[in-house]
Design a protein around this ligand. Sequence first.
Ligand code: GLC
Length: 691
Amino acid sequence: PGAAGRINPVPRVGIPCVVLSDGPAGCGILPVEGEENYFCTHFPIETLLSSTWDVDLVRNVGEVIGNEAKEYGVDVLLAPAINIHRHPLCGRNFEYFSEDPLLAGKMAVAYVDGVQSNDIGTSVKHFAVNNQETNRMNNNAIVSPRALREIYLKAFEIVVKESQPWTIMSSYNRINDVYASESPELITTILRDEWGYKGTVMTDWWGGADGAAQMIAGNDMIEPGTKEQAAHIIEGVKNGTLDEAVVDRNVRRILELVVRTPRFKGYKYSNNPDMKAHATVTRQSATEGMVLLKNEKQALPLSPKDKNIALFGGVSYNFFSGGTGSGDIHRPYVVSLLDGLKNQQIVVDDNIKAIYQAYNRPQEQGEQMRINEMPMDTAIIKYAAKNNDMAIITFGRISGEYIDRISSDFFLSDTERELVKNVTRIFHEANKKVVVVLNVGGVIETQSWKEMPDAILLSWQAGQEGGNSVADILTGHANPSGKLPMTFPVTLSDHWSSLNFPIDQKIDRRWSVKTGLTHETKNVDYTIYDEGVYVGYRWFDTQNLQVSYPFGYGLSYTTFEYSKPSVKQDNGKVIVEVTVKNTGKVAGKEAVQLYVEAPAGKLDKPVHELKAFDKTKMLQPGESQVITLAVHTDDLASFDEQTSAWVTDGGKYKFVVAASSRDPRGDVMVDISPSTRKVNNVLNLPAAFKK
Ligand code: GLC
């Protein structure tokens, strides 16, 4: 009870009921009337996990989430979600990893390996191009084959080739006129024939329309399954349009899934996972995905004299642990920043707290996710500056499934802007510092106000222990090592995709209504991915556009020095080595990135692309570590639509070792021989949209 769905049992032939439950930020079983009420650990959102740039950590988190799901009797966890952050206003970005497909893909491999190490399954979702919530059940994504191959399918290709996800979940939307769940080109030709996928494909819940078409496409399982879809299948077999052998093939793949599940093996799950141990894992891992965006005048970590703190911002007292929708978790508690500071014996001004707690009302589930920030009287701020050692302001945002964010959600509200302006002015007049904490699930505007506070910590939505994790960082018990998995632009319209996204779209054809509309309302019935591969830093860096914080950026309490990189080639691989040294005073970890700049060739290309990354272990002051970054020359290819082939141009490539996409630390030139790898000519643009 409380799981997302199941494979219906057929006791006659010994098929048990197989339980499917959501993630990704934990095990998503919900309380059911009259049933036992089980809490599940709320782990950090996927965007925080990818901000760690630490595949070992993410694997470990996956292992723990998988253990908890298994002990609650779940057979397949419906995670990870790996759609690309095409635009900041997509409601579900909190559930996704990155604007970059390599980072998303490698995080997915780590998560899948971790969860599946428990011998339960995963469902990598949503395959593919589910990058908006507006009219998601029908939206017709018009995407070039090149953008599909290089950006929107790439993370799925990586996870299918490098780990073995038991299942893949096809997406609701159409791709170039065809429902993903009804597309043989996507699900059979690419996924199985080209990538060699051997597992089971299921639909998203009520996804697609024609059950027979879904069978033919190779979408083995329909969830939750409707009578109409069953009728399509029976009808199709009867009238010969659906070959029974196809149905047998799909049924076989479902049975191959069933027989590997704990339930089929009679596993006696305990219903009693170690929640205390899991709480420690989420608290610790969250500190590694928080991103220190600014830290001046040694504002952080707090010094022993920062005894009394004035805590501003309603969300300080009411922290968001994650996003809404199927990714929500029935958690036992959420540690707010107030709680987290108290747990570290830090005194929070009681009067300020009382004012906020009198004003705060818990965010109603499902309401337009607007934060009602309380206007703060400057007289009170003056009192606070006199009676405290420093100030912390939390800005929060909550977003989720079914609905995209509205543009005003991206910017500070007038009340929030007034708050940060007045608190910083008044506390700075008293020569006291101000720290801003961002408890958000997605990107917000920072350029216009980031000069005001002394420090800014992007905490994301860090799970049920979020307030403790933030306090661990503020007090210096943990040294932040997160880096941005997406760009923080100066403003929304800097994203090319802003021209083709349902920004403040009033029409929202609710998700159960199947419309045959594919070319009627722009950004609702169809969305043109006009930007092609120029998503995120691929656009900003190629255009040399100013950004507020670049992809891959994040500060630490210590500093790191990179040696000059060395390079060698070894049967198709370019291997770059760099020594990273902790040149500061406290222990820390550093996420090291490798970007490649290709020589001019037949195709226009982004100025550089992330091709490898790694993270050091905890380095003590003065300690060094050699980091090895390997890139297969095949992965230097761009997709040429004319010849339907991956083409690596011959020539000199620049391999840049970097601390962020805009912080190069050393580079080497490498001669690469040309290569071409043909693939199927599929998923072409509809005639109406051919360039
Ligand atoms: C939802 C989501 C999907 C989830 C499924 C089951 O609509 O799109 O991510 O796994 O249905 O809850």
